[in-house]
Design a protein around this ligand. Structure first.
Ligand code: NAD
Length: 512
């Protein structure tokens, strides 16, 4: 193994063989089988993880339930203080953990660091939130009565995460859930167990200093085994799951059947609209970051550009030129802008999608082919692709999790909005325009139907302060900032009678 890989793994506490089950203490020999982890950079094997078996899952879950009983009684600002310390521990580990993200899933090291920064930011946000878990004070219709709402912790929250944001999405859930008084049990993607183990080490250190365990818990395992066990577990009142729509249909069904709650953060099919009055320099940069960043493997990646017919040829020509200048290669090299896809299957899925575009009558105007990088022969590299396409084609309607950008023509803002909304997903959207009327149209009730709608910035790269999530088959969940915390608590309405009378609501007389 290359020295630089070994030193990243060592700095993050990753050994050759690692336990994948932990509640603060690691289970020595979990029985869920071996998971070998390879880097998409060049196919080198990084480590082995012993996955959690059903008994290990139950052990971790029991610890989590026991910890909840103590944690829920810790005053929220004190919980916030511990999350402040977690944020500081992450600050110290930012470079190491960011490099491990790059090594394990292939995003460029700058974006890996950005992901850890999101974890730090959400910890900071949660510290303040710990003093702002507000309920309402209400006016009772009955004399001498007081009504109010309060928010109680829920219990153990199940967090299922996708490979493409292997640590930030966990933090969005876990930091908020923790200040709300919940414990979490995390099932990371089987593509990215090492970053999860590294995060768990950091959590363990912070929690041990307070003599706490069972607040942050980890079970590495397949979706079909441990994932299924988790979603069916009636001890888990809320499952927050990030991944494909297919995964969401299944989780919605299983958790819904037991009337549990979900936060579903699923696939996107994000469009960026460019009107004829747009600043094309800005649009070009935003498209490039949105479509090529993270090698097109963000839920918010720009997948469709809907360009006004008057600027279509010019912008497409400029984009093709810009695509030709993107340095592709080792994501640990700071000069590289696009790393590999996550695995060989992702390259195959991209190639199949390109076949379907051609079969539908589309034209590939740039790239799309697999490439080999000198010295990184076992890696999963591709050229990003631009294709002229029609929004109606099934391949355009589907989310292909790869750097394929569809160029689509429109004739007006109304036309562009109709095209953009004509997909089943509803995560992120953006409109480039300098015309106030177009901008307001896009943001109006008849405008974008997505959870995120931006003007003159791209579809990806959301800040944690806002609520993050999407509509339609993206699942409807909201995470991170604003009032997303409410999903992690249960609301209780309290009425207190401070008189010696017992008046009934609605003026009902009963037996007197
Ligand atoms: P995926 O659906 O293959 O897996 C996501 C997670 O779900 C993994 O941990 C997996 O093990 C688990 N899982 C799968 N089936 C399960 C089951 N039956 N029970 C329990 N768990 C199960 O997704 P992926 O390839 O890791 O990630 C890419 C997808 O995630 C894309 O569709 C992307 O758009 C989406 N995503 C969405 C958001 C968002 O916020 N909307 C963020 C990141 C990624």
């Amino acid at each position: 193994m290359k020295d630089k890989y070994a030193s990243i793994l060592k700095a993050c506490g990753i050994k050759d063989v690692n336990s994948g089950a932990c509640w603060g203490e690691w289970i020595d020999n979990p029985g869920g089988g071996e998971l070998e982890v390879f880097t998409p950079i060049d196919g080198t094997k990084l480590a082995t993880v012993l996955m959690a078996g059903p008994d290990d899952y139950d052990t971790v879950m029991e610890k989590s339930e026991a910890a909840f009983k103590t944690w829920r009684m810790v005053p929220a600002p004190k919980r916030g203080e511990i999350i402040r310390q977690l944020g500081n521990a992450l600050r110290e580990k930012k470079d190491d953990l960011g490099a491990l993200v790059a090594l394990e899933m292939g995003k460029i090291v700058g974006e890996g660091g950005g992901e850890v920064q999101e974890m730090i930011d959400i910890c900071d946000f949660s510290v303040g939130l710990a003093r702002q878990l507000y309920g309402l004070s209400l006016h009772s219709e009955r004399p001498g009565h007081r009504m109010y709402e309060q928010w109680h912790p829920l219990g153990t929250v199940g967090v299922i995460s996708a490979f493409n944001f292997p640590v930030a999405v966990w933090a969005w859930n876990a930091a908020i859930a923790a200040v709300c008084g919940d414990t979490t049990i995390w099932k990371p993607s089987s593509e990215t167990p090492l970053t999860a183990i590294a995060v768990q080490h950091i959590c363990n250190d912070v929690m041990k200093a307070h003599d706490l365990e069972g607040i942050f818990n980890l079970v590495v395992g397949r979706g079909s085994s441990i994932g299924e066990k988790l979603i069916a577990d009636r001890r888990i009142p809320l499952v927050s799951a990030t991944g494909s729509c297919e995964m969401g249909y299944r989780i919605g069904e299983v958790v819904g059947k037991r009337l549990g709650r979900t936060i579903l953060e699923l696939g996107g099919n994000n469009a960026l609209l460019v009107m004829d009055d747009a600043n094309l320099d800005l649009a070009l940069r935003a498209i490039l970051f949105g479509a090529v960043g993270t090698a097109g493997q963000r839920c918010t990646s720009t997948r469709r550009i809907i360009m006004h017919e008057k600027i279509y040829d010019e912008l497409l020509g400029r984009l093709v030129k810009a695509y030709g200048t993107v340095p592709i290669g080792d994501p640990l090299d700071p000069d590289i802008l696009m790393g590999p896809l996550v695995n060989a299957a992702a390259v195959e899925i991209m190639q199949a999608a390109i076949g379907r575009i051609k079969d539908s009558g589309g034209t590939i105007v740039y790239g799309g082919e697999p490439i080999t990088i000198d010295g990184l022969e076992g890696g999963h590299y591709v050229k990003p692709c631009i294709a002229e396409a029609s929004n109606d084609w099934q391949i355009v309607q589907d989310e292909t999790f790869a750097p394929i950008l569809y160029a689509i023509k429109c004739s007006s803002i109304e036309d562009a909005i109709e095209i953009q909304n004509n997909v089943v997903q509803g995560l992120s959207s953006a409109c480039f325009t300098t015309n106030l009327l177009s901008s307001e149209n896009f943001l109006s009730h008849k405008g974008s139907d997505c959870g995120i709608a931006n003007i003159n910035i791209g579809t990806s790269g959301a800040e944690i302060g806002g609520a993050f999530g999407g509509e339609k088959e993206t699942g409807g969940g909201r995470e991170a900032g604003s009032d997303s915390w409410k999903a992690y608590m249960r609301r209780q309405t309290n009425t207190i009678n401070w008189t010696s009378e017992l008046p009934l609501a609605q003026g009902i007389k009963f037996g007197d």
